[in-house]
Design a protein around this ligand. Structure first.
Ligand code: GDP
Ligand code: GDP
Length: 454
């Protein structure tokens, strides 16, 4: 289900990622070993007073191609910023305006108003979207008072906060949550929803055109809930399929204009609405940190995932090339070796006809339900093969397991003490389940529950 998006904007070092971590908390990401994801997570689902939303730290969003966000953050000058740099933060603000529902503009109460702040404020004053001004590093009474200075930015009341100490953040979130719009939900429908996501120029629009050109029985394009979003509905082998946010895909497909470079927030929304995410990469470029971010977000949201390696026509190949590519891409996306890769060319249409078929297969896998007897057999065999871990003399015992849900598949495993379940043992059990049934392209959830001995 799509959640409203809250974007944190502001120049580097004001404390965006500190606030982000405080609000998002420490949620265990299932793919925490992916490169550049835990260390520098940019999106998280959070809630305040039971109101859920997606929080985005725009500070980490890579707008300039080929420049590492972390490195850029490190070299970013404080206060007076270079022309390039000032353009960049204005662009960040612009992206937030386009895609977010509420914008939290963060400034530094220790520094006072800087040129960078004024730039962002100039952009933000022009939007109709709600903007909440957070004056961070207001660690003491003097600085909380000094924060009043930010009234001058013309964005209403500055909320003094200390992301570091956690003071004032509650009041800030109260206001943010109050200003979130009601998100209209799309009417329930059985169609398989596919989001095609990838960096600019990887070939998303070309794929879309190839798919639409091939399939004569397009039913309709239906406006999505996001402003400007157009979902394309079609029948594929008599099954209803919706390609999400094709307007966004086409828009990005056009000649690049500044901020349309990579609309991560738009991609997030598409992921939230999707059942299956088709992550497209360019065969000649490989996997970027941004791709890894999107993949980990999709998996965190328990969506089906497939990788499309496009522009395969450009690769000089011999018998081993596909194998070598597969290994390299799998290494880049570390733990997701159960995600299918498809080598395609949107240009020559090589294997384009397989794309939707693979997505349908993944969707079927998400709905597989293993009988309880089978699950227990798998778990018992796993336990026999690999001694159960113990901690300070207590040994883990597994009593019983069952598949509790589908889409995503959830396995409930009843044990004597959930504290005794290590991350490595959890992964071992997941691998054992997958060895029995592969769940192609499908994240599976293992939930451990305490049951007393009887
Ligand atoms: P970002 O670049 O905007 O994401 O900023 P960071 O979150 O990385 O914070 C930049 C620096 O400011 C770090 O050294 C933080 O520890 C520090 N910082 C963040 N919030 C606070 C705060 O509320 N008070 C103080 N004194 N320092 C803070
Ligand atoms: P988008 O920004 O991801 O929508 O990418 P486009 O579909 O606009 O494609 C960007 C460029 O790559 C265009 O010049 C396409 O013609 C080209 N392109 C797309 N797919 C392929 C492919 O499979 N092979 C080759 N050689 N070029 C492609």
């Amino acid at each position: 289900m799509p959640l409203p998006i809250v974007a944190l904007v502001g120049r580097p070092n004001v404390g965006k990622s500190t606030l982000f971590n405080r609000i998002a908390g420490k949620r265990l990401a299932i793919v925490e070993d992916l490169p550049g994801t835990t260390r520098d997570r940019l999106y998280a689902d959070a809630e305040w007073t039971s109101v859920p939303f997606t929080l985005v730290d725009t500070g980490g969003i890579e707008l300039t191609e080929g420049v590492d966000a972390g490195a850029r953050r490190g070299i970013a000058p404080l206060g007076v910023a270079s022309a390039d740099f000032r353009r960049e933060i204005r662009e960040q603000a612009q992206v937030a305006i386009e895609e977010a529902d509420v914008i939290v503009f963060m400034v530094d109460a220790r520094d006072g108003i800087t040129a960078g702040d004024t730039d962002v404020a100039d952009v933000l004053r022009r939007t109709e979207k709600p903007v909440v001004l957070a004056a961070n590093k207001a660690d003491n009474e003097a600085r909380r008072l000094a924060a009043l200075e930010f009234y001058e930015l013309g964005l209403g009341e500055p909320f003094p906060v200390s992301a570091f100490h956690g003071t004032g953040t509650g009041d800030l979130l109260d206001v943010v949550v109050k200003r979130l719009p009601e998100i209209e939900q799309d009417p329930e429908d059985d169609a398989l929803k596919i989001a095609i996501i990838g960096r600019p120029n990887v070939g998303k629009s070309s794929l879309l055109n190839a798919l639409i050109g091939q399939e004569r029985s397009i039913v309709s394009s239906v406006p999505g809930t996001t402003r400007d979003a157009i979902d394309m509905r079609l029948l594929w082998e008599n099954e209803p399929v919706v390609l999400i946010d094709t307007a966004g895909i086409r828009r990005r497909g056009r000649v690049e204009r500044g901020i349309e470079k990579y609309s991560v927030m738009r991609a997030l929304r598409a992921v939230q609405k999707a059942d299956v995410v088709a992550l497209m990469i360019d065969a000649s470029e490989g996997v970027t940190a941004q791709d890894a971010h999107i993949a980990s977000y999709a998996l965190d949201e328990w969506k089906g995932v497939m990788v499309l390696v496009n522009k395969w026509d450009l690769v000089v190949k011999d018998t081993y090339t596909m194998h070598e590519f597969t290994q390299r891409i799998r290494a880049d996306f570390k733990f997701i070796d159960w995600v299918p890769l498809l080598f395609i060319s949107a240009l020559t249409r090589q294997r384009v006809h397989k794309v939707i078929g693979v997505a349908q297969k993944i969707q079927a896998e998400r709905h597989v339900r293993l009988p309880t007897s089978e699950v227990n057999r798998v778990i018992r065999r796993a336990v026999d093969r690999h001694r159960l871990p113990s901690k300070t003399g207590r040994q883990l015992k597994i009593y019983y397991a069952t598949q509790a849900d589908v889409a995503p598949p959830v396995f409930a495993i009843f044990v004597n003490d959930t504290e005794l379940v290590h991350f490595t043992y959890r992964r071992y059990l997941e691998n054992q389940i997958r060895a029995h049934y592969p769940f192609l392209g499908t994240p599976i959830k293992l939930v451990f529950r305490k049951r007393s001995e009887n």
